[in-house]
Write a protein of this length. Structure first.
Length: 251
């Protein structure tokens, strides 16, 4: 009986914070908002955090979803999430960053790309703007080739290949990232248009054609060094990034 009562209490805490979004492949289960105070350049900023996972089954039986968590080995594959700031649902204009996960740049602070810088700067821009969201897309490592393949690609880059050549020589298309899930989540959280933080007009077009309601674009350049010069140059010459601005292959 004690166990039963605990489960009921646990479920009552969680049930109103879970929602499902039906997709063509099944459903996205979105949990949040969760309070997330973040240390941003020494200042504590209160974000609201949401996390999601995909399921093949479409159900409103969240008890069942929760019951299955411990048997799913979720740590073996990553889930994506979004940091939301301000009155995201209702504000007239909101800044959005669709940030591709970068294990080396975001976590270790690698200078081979500018991802870590772009992530922190996006959070700062969103905070200063007053409303927005940073989507952290976990299946986008190395433009969608995965971390282990990215390690191989880095070895090729150390031997004269650029980012695009390295990925293609390993048998990957240059950019296989998909934004459908992130757009679905965004549309659940906000229906008004957004301004996208990116240096990549192609990314803007891809998001527009995938159904995102975009009103404009804000560039984000910085953190240039001898270590990412070639990488940034490749973005301009091969990946459509605007030259007058100059940025990571993950953008
Ligand atoms: Zn990176």
């Amino acid at each position: 009986m004690g166990q039963m009562k605990l489960e009921t209490k646990v479920f009552s805490i969680l049930k109103d914070k879970i929602q499902s979004i039906q997709t063509t492949e099944g459903a996205i289960y979105l949990v949040g908002p969760i309070k997330l105070p973040v240390n941003l350049y020494g200042e504590t900023i209160e974000f609201k955090w949401y996390c999601w996972m995909n399921g093949e089954e479409v159900t409103d039986d969240y008890q069942q979803i929760i019951d299955n968590l411990s048997s799913q080995n979720l740590a073996e594959y990553q889930q994506s999430s979004v940091l939301v700031y301000g009155d995201f649902e209702n504000s007239e204009d909101a800044l959005i960053r669709m940030h591709s996960i970068c294990h080396t740049g975001d976590i270790f602070g690698s200078k081979r790309c500018d991802c870590g810088y772009q992530l922190k700067e996006s959070m700062k821009k969103v905070k200063e703007h007053g409303s927005g969201a940073i989507f952290y897309l976990a299946n986008h490592e190395g433009r969608g080739i995965g971390l282990f393949s990215k390690a191989m690609a880095y070895l090729l880059q150390e031997n004269g290949y650029d980012t695009v050549e390295a990925n293609e020589n390993l048998g990957f298309v240059n950019d296989s990232r998909n934004y459908d899930d992130a757009i679905n989540v965004l549309q659940r959280l906000r229906s008004k248009p957004v301004t996208l933080i990116t240096n990549n007009p192609l990314k803007l077009e891809a998001l527009k054609s995938a159904g995102l309601h975009v009103s404009g674009r804000v560039p984000l350049w910085g953190d240039f060094s001898e270590y990412n010069e070639k990488y940034l140059q490749t973005k301009i010459t091969k990946s459509g990034h605007l030259k007058e601005e100059r940025t990571c292959s993950n953008d």
